[in-house]
Design a protein. Structure first.
Length: 1124
C-alpha cells in the first residue's frame, strides 16, 4: 500500500496539470499568508467593499462624484457579482483576492496548455508545462500585468490564451462548438473588456488567425462560418455591456469627452514619447520595457540588465527565430512566428525599424490611436506567441543548452513573484520598496455608517482635494494609487479630480479655492452638505495644500457660523455647512445667470441675496435658452494680456529681428531655390515628434518671412511678391492647427518659442509694409496672442509667451505705468458694469476698443470688445527677492527662500556665467513639495558658441496653499553605466561646475481679474419641489407651480443626455435637458398647477433589457455546446 501511494505521488508529480494548479496555490499562500489585501494604481481597492462595487457595476449610472455614466464598465458586473456573493458567505476579503489571483493564474495556464497542445499535439506534456511557466514568468508579465496591478489587465492576460486556444482548436478540429466556447470565455472574463482596446486587440488577433488559416489551408467556407458564429455569439453573449458602450459612444456626451480630452496630435505625441522611453528594438525583442528595467524601475529590476542575463535572453530569442525559419513550412510554427514578428513591429511603436509605417497608419486611425502606449497594449500578444514556440523548440533540441537557458530565464523572472517584490513600487525619496499591502483603519467603516445615516440625498467634499492620485498615511501599510473615497464611502462625494467632462472643470475650480473662504459658495450648486477634513494624507507626495492651512480655514469658517464641526476622529473631522448653503438635489428658480465660465466660487460672491436666493448658472458650453429669459450676466475675459516680460519689442532693430529667425541665403527667383525647398521637405522631423515638427515648421515659416522682407528690400516685382506672400499665407493657415494645439493642449517652453517667432515675423514684415501683416495679425489676435486694438506696450498671455501690442490711438506711458487688456465676448445687447479685482480706484485710464471712457458702465452690443486699463506698474510687479551676486559650485547647493502668495505668479531672472563645467540645475521647491519632486526643475547649460554672461528668466505659478518656496541651485547628475567583465553597474554621477549669478531677482506678478456684469434684482421663488426617490435611475418629482412663467428645474447630478423628464400623463417636458451650473441638468418649466414629473435615465432601461437577453443567449449557447 505504501508503494502504491508512492507511485501515485510520483505519477501526480509527473502530471503537468498538477503543477498548473499547485504552483499558483503556493504563490497565493505566500502572498496572502499575513491576511492582508493588496491595492494600488488605477484599479483602486475594490476588494475592500465588493458588495458596493457590485452595486455600482450592475447599473448604467452611478451617483459617485457628481454622478457618472458607467458605459463599458458594466462589463465588470459578472466578476463583482460572483465575488460579492462569496463575500456575503463570510469569506474574508484577502481570501477572495487570493482566489481571484489563483483563478487568473490557473486559467491562463490551462489556456496556454490547450493552445500549445492544439498546435503541437504530439509533444510530451512536460514541454507544455514549460510553455505555461514561460507565460507566467517573463518580463512583460512582470511589468504590464503584476507590477502594473490593474485588475482588468490581469483578466485580459488570462482571457487571451483561453479564448485564442478555444478559437484555434475549433479551426483545427473543425468543430463549431469551440466558436461558441471562445465567446463564452469572454463572458467569464468580461472584466477584461472594460477597456475597449482589449476587445479590439482580441478580435484583431482572431481576425488575423482567420486570414492566416484561409491563406495557408484554403478552406474558406468553414473558417468564415466559424468566424461569423464566433462574432455573432460574442455580440449576443455580451449584449448587456456592448449596448451600454454603444449608447455612450453615439451620445452627445461622448462627443464632449472626445473634444475635451482626446486629440490625434496629442495621441501622436504620446505615442512618440512612450515609444522612445520603451527602448530600442533589441529591448522589445527580449520583451523588456527599457525604463522599468534600466532607469526608472525599482533597483531589483536592474539586475535583469546584467550581461549574462541579457546574453541568455538573446540566445533564447535567437534559437526561437531560427526554429521559425527552419520549420516555416509547418503551419503551427509559421503561425506563431508571424504573430511574434508582426507584434514586435506593433509593440515598438514608431521607433525603428519601420516606425514611419506604423506612424502613418496610427495618425490616420482613431482605433489604432487607442494603442498609443503600444508596448503596454500590444505586448500582451508576445508571450502568447512565444510560449508554444518554447514548447516546440524544447522538443526538437536534443542538447541541454537551450533547455537550461529557458529554465534559467523562467527561474530569474519567477524570483520577484516568490519574494513579492513584483508587488511593490520604489520610492526614491525613502530609498525603499513600498509594498502594495494595504490595511484600512477601522475608523473608515464608522465614518461611512455615520455619513449614510445623515447625508440624505446630498454629498460631501473632501479637503485637501486631490487629483486622481492619492497617498494615505496608514502606518506601515498605507496606500498609494487612485483616490479611494468612492470605495471607502457608500455615499456621493467629491474627493478628487479626473478627466470626466464638465466634472473636471467644476472640480478644478474647487481645487483652486479649497484654501479660501469662497469655497463655501460652491456648496449650494453641488448640493453638498458636509466637508470632510482629511488628516491622513501624505500631502507632499501629491503637492496638496498643507492640512494645517485647510484646518485653519475650517476653524475660521466655524467662527463665522458658516460651518460647524459634527464628527471627529483621529483621521477625520466632518463639518456641516450652514443650512442656507445646502440646496436640495432638485430645485427650481427664475433667477437665471449667464456666465462664460464655471467659476462657481467667484460667481457666488456676485449674486444678490445668495445663498438664501437660489440661482441657476448657464454656461456658454451648452446654452439652449432664449437670451430674453436671462436677466443676469457675468462675463470673464476670453483672453487677457499681462505685462510680465519686456524682452519682445516692436522697436527692435531689423538686424536683431533677423537674428531671431531662420537665415535665408537664397531667394525664390534663384535657380537653386527649388532644390532648397525640396531639402526642407526631406529634413522635416516626423509628425510624431510634435515639438520638433512644430519648431521646425514655425522656423521655416520665419524663413519665408525673411525672404518676403528681402524681396521688398530688393524691390522685386510686385506681382512676384504678391504670389509669394499668397504662399506664405497658405503656409500660415496650415500652421494654425499646430499653434492652437500649442496654446491649448501642450503649453510649454515650445509654446513660447513658437509665439516669439510669429511675433518677430510680424515685426519684420511690418517694417516693409507687407500685405500679409493683416493676415498675421488676424490669426494672432484670434488666438489671444495680440490685441486687435493697436496698443503700444509689452504684453503676455500667462500660459504662453511674450508678445507685443502696438498702438496708434493711445499715447505711450512712462516706465512706471502699464496697460492691461481684457477681451470680452458680449452675448446680449445692454448696459454692463466693468469691475476688476484691484478695484476701480486703481485704474488711471480705461479704454474700450481704443476709445477712452469716463466711467465703468458701458452700453454694449453683441460682439467682441477689448477693455484696456492703465495701471501703476508697482501694482503689477513687486520684487520679493533681489541679490546682486551669487557664487556657487558642485560642493554645496545654494538655497534662496522667499514668501509665496498662491494667487500670484513669480518671475525669476538673472545673468549667469560658468567658470568651470557646463551645466547646473535650478529647482523651485515649494512648502508643499518634497525636495526630490519640486514643482519646477531645469538644467541651465553653457552654450557651445558663447561662453560669456547669459541672461535667463522664467515664470512659475505656485500650487494651492503654498506659503514659501526655495530656489535651489545644485549640481546636475548624469545617468551612466559601466561594465566590469560581465557585470554592469549604473547610477547617477554628479557633474562638477562653478558658476556666478548676478542681478538675481524674484518678482511677484499680480494678474488682476476683470469682469463685465449685468445684474437685476432677484425674483422671488414660489414653486415648490418635492422628490421622493424611487431608485438611482428614476425620480418622481412633485411640482406645485403658481404661474406659467418660465423657470428652470435643476437636477444636481452630472449632465447627461440620457436623462429624460416626462409629465405624469406621459408627455415629455418640451425641450431636451441642457447644461446648468457648469455640470448639472436643467429643464424649462412653464406649466402652472400641481403635478408630478418622472425623471428617468433611459440607458438603464436598455441595460435591464439587454441583461435579460444576454442571460437567455448565454443559456442557449451553453445548451448548444452540450448538444453539439
Amino acid at each position: 500500500m505504501l508503494i502504491a501511494g508512492y507511485r501515485t505521488m510520483i505519477n501526480l508529480l509527473k502530471n503537468h496539470y498538477f503543477w498548473i494548479f499547485f504552483i499558483p496555490f503556493v504563490l497565493v499562500v505566500i502572498w496572502f499568508a499575513d491576511g492582508m489585501m493588496m491595492a494600488t494604481a488605477e484599479s483602486g481597492f475594490p476588494f475592500y467593499n465588493l458588495k458596493y462595487m457590485q452595486e455600482i457595476s450592475s447599473h448604467s449610472w452611478t451617483s459617485t462624484n457628481l454622478g457618472n455614466a458607467m458605459g463599458i464598465r458594466v462589463a465588470s458586473f459578472p466578476t463583482y457579482t460572483t465575488m460579492a456573493f462569496v463575500e456575503r458567505l463570510g469569506v474574508p476579503g484577502h481570501v477572495i483576492q487570493a482566489g481571484f489571483f489563483y483563478f487568473i493564474f490557473v486559467s491562463s495556464g490551462l489556456g496556454i496548455n490547450l493552445f500549445a497542445k492544439t498546435l503541437f499535439p504530439l509533444l510530451q506534456k512536460r514541454f507544455f508545462l514549460a510553455a505555461v511557466l514561460f507565460y507566467w514568468f517573463n518580463a512583460i508579465s512582470i511589468v504590464s500585468v503584476w507590477n502594473r496591478f490593474l485588475n482588468n489587465y490581469m483578466f485580459f492576460w488570462a482571457l487571451l490564451p483561453v479564448c485564442v486556444a478555444l478559437f484555434v482548436k475549433g479551426f483545427v478540429d473543425k468543430n463549431y462548438k469551440y466558436a461558441v466556447l471562445s465567446s463564452l470565455s469572454t463572458v467569464v472574463f468580461s472584466y477584461a473588456l472594460t477597456s475597449p482596446v482589449f476587445s479590439i486587440l482580441l478580435w484583431a488577433l482572431l481576425t488575423y488567425l482567420l486570414i492566416f488559416s484561409v491563406l495557408t489551408k484554403r478552406e474558406i467556407k468553414f473558417y468564415f462560418r466559424f468566424y461569423l458564429l464566433a462574432i455573432v455569439s460574442f455580440v449576443l453573449f455580451n449584449f448587456w455591456w456592448l449596448s451600454s458602450f454603444f449608447v455612450f459612444l453615439f451620445s452627445a456626451d461622448f462627443a464632449v469627452s472626445a473634444t475635451d480630452f482626446l486629440s490625434s496630435k496629442g495621441n501622436l505625441f504620446t505615442l512618440h514619447a512612450i515609444s522612445l522611453s520603451s527602448g530600442s528594438f533589441t529591448n522589445t525583442l527580449r520583451l523588456k520595457e527599457y525604463t522599468f528595467f534600466n532607469t526608472e524601475g525599482p533597483p531589483w529590476a536592474k539586475i535583469y540588465s546584467l550581461l549574462p542575463i541579457e546574453s541568455i535572453e538573446f540566445y533564447v530569442i535567437g534559437v526561437l527565430l531560427y526554429t521559425v525559419y527552419k520549420f516555416r513550412r509547418k503551419f503551427s510554427v509559421l503561425l506563431l512566428g508571424s504573430v511574434f514578428v508582426f507584434t514586435l513591429f506593433l509593440v515598438k511603436g514608431n521607433q525603428d525599424p519601420f516606425g514611419e509605417v506604423f506612424e502613418f497608419f496610427f495618425s490616420r486611425s482613431l482605433v489604432l490611436q487607442g494603442f498609443r502606449n503600444s508596448f503596454e497594449k500590444f505586448g500582451f500578444v508576445l508571450p502568447l506567441a512565444i510560449a508554444p514556440l518554447i514548447a516546440f523548440t524544447l522538443s526538437i533540441k536534443q542538447k541541454s543548452y537551450f533547455k537550461l537557458a529557458v529554465l534559467f530565464i523562467v527561474f530569474c523572472y519567477s524570483i520577484p513573484f516568490l519574494n513579492m517584490k513584483v508587488f511593490a513600487f520604489y520610492r526614491e525619496r525613502l530609498d525603499k520598496l513600498i509594498s502594495y499591502r494595504v490595511e484600512v483603519p477601522g475608523e473608515y467603516p464608522i465614518l461611512n455608517d455615520w455619513l449614510k445615516k445623515n447625508i440624505a440625498e446630498h454629498r460631501f467634499i473632501s479637503l485637501p482635494l486631490s487629483g486622481e492620485g492619492i497617498t494615505y498615511d496608514w502606518g506601515e501599510h498605507g496606500y498609494t494609487g487612485v483616490e479611494l473615497s468612492n470605495t471607502l464611502y457608500e455615499v456621493p462625494n467629491i474627493s478628487y479630480n479626473t478627466t470626466i467632462p464638465f466634472y473636471a472643470d467644476v472640480v478644478g475650480m474647487i481645487r483652486k479655492s479649497q484654501n479660501k473662504e469662497k469655497l463655501v459658495n460652491t456648496m449650494p450648486f453641488l448640493s453638498a452638505k458636509y466637508i470632510n477634513f482629511r488628516k491622513d494624507l501624505v500631502y507632499k507626495e501629491r503637492s496638496l495644500p498643507d492640512p494645517d492651512i485647510i484646518e485653519d480655514l475650517l476653524l475660521g469658517l466655524e467662527d463665522k457660523k458658516l460651518v460647524k464641526n459634527v464628527f471627529n476622529s483621529s483621521l477625520h473631522s466632518i463639518y456641516e455647512v450652514d443650512s442656507k448653503y445646502v440646496w436640495p438635489k432638485f430645485y427650481s428658480t427664475k433667477n437665471i445667470y449667464y456666465s462664460n465660465s464655471v467659476n462657481l466660487p467667484e460667481i457666488g460672491e456676485k449674486l444678490s441675496g445668495f445663498p438664501e436666493t437660489k440661482y441657476v448658472v448657464i454656461s456658454d458650453k451648452n446654452i439652449k435658452l432664449d437670451s430674453n429669459l436671462i436677466d443676469n450676466y457675468y462675463l470673464e475675459p476670453i483672453y487677457h494680456f499681462f505685462p510680465i516680460r519686456t524682452r519682445l519689442n516692436r522697436d527692435t532693430s531689423e538686424m536683431d529681428i533677423l537674428a531671431k529667425l531662420f537665415y535665408s541665403q537664397h531667394l525664390p527667383n534663384e535657380v537653386l531655390y527649388p532644390f532648397i525647398s525640396l531639402k526642407e521637405l526631406i529634413v522635416a522631423p516626423p509628425t510624431a515628434d510634435y515639438n520638433g515638427k512644430a519648431l521646425y515648421d514655425v522656423g521655416i515659416l520665419g524663413k519665408k518671412a525673411v525672404e518676403i522682407y528681402n524681396m521688398h528690400q530688393q524691390n522685386f516685382d510686385s506681382k512676384f511678391i504678391d504670389e509669394y506672400e499668397y504662399k506664405y499665407v497658405n503656409r500660415l493657415q496650415e500652421f494654425e492647427e499646430a499653434l492652437k494645439y500649442a496654446l491649448t493642449k501642450d503649453k510649454s517652453k515650445v509654446t513660447d518659442v513658437i509665439v516669439d517667432s510669429l511675433i518677430y515675423q510680424l515685426f519684420l514684415l511690418e517694417k516693409v509694409n507687407s500685405d500679409v501683416v493683416s493676415d498675421l495679425v488676424e490669426m494672432l489676435s484670434s488666438h489671444g496672442i495680440t490685441s486687435r486694438s493697436d496698443l503700444k506696450f509689452q504684453l503676455m498671455i500667462p500660459e504662453g509667451g511674450e508678445y507685443s501690442i502696438i498702438s496708434k490711438d493711445l499715447k505711450d506711458t512712462a516706465n512706471d505705468n502699464i496697460y492691461l487688456v481684457f477681451r470680452f465676448l458680449v452675448p446680449k445687447n445692454g448696459q454692463y458694469e466693468f469691475s476688476t479685482s484691484t478695484g476701480q480706484d486703481s485704474i488711471q485710464e480705461l479704454y474700450v476698443d481704443g476709445k477712452k471712457q469716463d466711467g465703468f458702465n458701458f452700453d454694449l452690443k453683441v460682439g467682441e470688445y477689448e477693455v484696456a486699463l492703465l495701471f501703476s506698474k508697482d501694482l503689477i510687479e513687486k520684487t520679493v527677492l533681489a541679490i546682486d551676486e551669487v557664487v556657487f559650485d558642485d560642493t554645496k547647493e545654494k538655497r534662496l527662500q522667499f514668501g509665496v502668495d498662491d494667487t500670484k505668479q513669480y518671475k525669476i531672472s538673472y545673468d549667469y556665467f560658468f567658470e568651470e563645467g557646463n551645466k547646473f540645475r535650478l529647482s523651485i521647491v515649494q512648502s508643499i513639495d518634497y525636495e526630490e519632486s519640486p514643482i519646477y526643475s531645469k538644467e541651465i547649460f553653457k552654450t557651445e558658441n558663447y561662453h560669456g554672461w547669459r541672461a535667463w528668466d522664467d515664470l512659475f505659478a505656485p500650487g494651492v496653499g503654498v506659503t514659501t518656496a526655495n530656489v535651489v541651485l545644485k549640481p546636475s547628475y548624469v545617468y551612466e553605466c559601466s561594465r566590469l567583465l560581465v557585470f554592469r553597474t549604473c547610477g547617477e554621477e554628479k557633474e562638477s561646475f562653478k558658476a556666478n549669478l548676478r542681478n538675481f531677482k524674484i518678482i511677484e506678478i499680480t494678474e488682476p481679474t476683470a469682469s463685465l456684469m449685468q445684474v437685476k434684482s432677484p425674483k422671488s421663488a414660489e414653486t415648490e419641489i418635492a422628490f421622493p426617490k424611487t431608485d438611482k435611475f428614476e425620480y418622481t418629482v412633485g411640482v406645485q407651480k403658481y404661474d406659467n412663467e418660465n423657470e428652470i428645474l435643476v437636477f444636481s447630478e452630472l449632465y447627461d443626455s440620457g436623462w429624460k423628464l416626462i409629465y405624469q400623463d406621459g408627455k415629455e417636458v418640451p425641450g431636451d435637458n441642457f447644461l446648468v451650473n457648469g455640470y448639472a441638468n436643467g429643464w424649462i418649466l412653464n406649466r402652472e398647477g400641481g403635478y408630478k414629473l418622472q425623471l428617468t435615465y433611459t440607458p438603464e432601461r436598455v441595460l435591464s433589457v439587454t441583461k435579460v437577453l444576454s442571460i437567455i443567449f448565454i443559456a442557449v449557447g451553453v445548451l448548444a455546446v452540450l448538444l453539439i
